[in-house]
Design a protein around this ligand. Structure first.
Ligand SMILES: [Zn+2]
Length: 137
């Protein structure tokens, strides 16, 4: 199966021939491309991580920076999987990228773990810790 190089959608249609190369159009993002540029499918791992981070309150740009996938892709996945962020005003997430040792050091101090919720998720060879803190009055 083929995928749009810009947004990884599989909703592509043939759209004429340019310089004797088949041209395609992506119906999701309206991007035109030739067969040479056909995208490789992005690992489902990154799709899952991106949606996880989106639900945690990170912006598209932040997710792009962290995962190295285009924010356009993330926007398309959010639409494709019909993900709705929960409205939240009382907490804000911060995140850190840590290696194994840094993670251990972080958790060894109760100052770091008191009064906030956290999740740790694998991110390549490191870990990402998302921490929720109440807005200070
Ligand atoms: Zn596309």
């Amino acid at each position: 199966m083929n995928f749009c190089p810009q947004c990884q959608s599989d909703k592509i249609v043939k759209s004429g021939v340019i310089n004797s190369r088949q041209r395609y159009k992506c119906k999701s993002c309206n991007y035109f491309f030739t067969v040479n540029k056909l995208g490789k499918k992005i690992d489902q791992y990154y799709v899952t991580k991106a949606l996880q981070l989106y639900l945690e309150g990170l912006t598209y740009r932040e997710i792009e920076r962290i995962l190295g996938v285009s924010h356009v892709s993330v926007m398309n996945w959010v639409r494709k999987y019909n993900i709705h962020k929960v409205q939240n005003t009382g907490f804000h997430p911060t995140y850190k990228i840590l290696n194994q040792t840094e993670l251990e050091q972080f958790f060894s101090s109760s100052e770091n773990t008191k009064g906030s919720g956290m999740i740790v998720t694998e991110l390549g060879d490191k870990f990402m810790m998302i921490k929720w803190e109440r807005f200070k009055e």
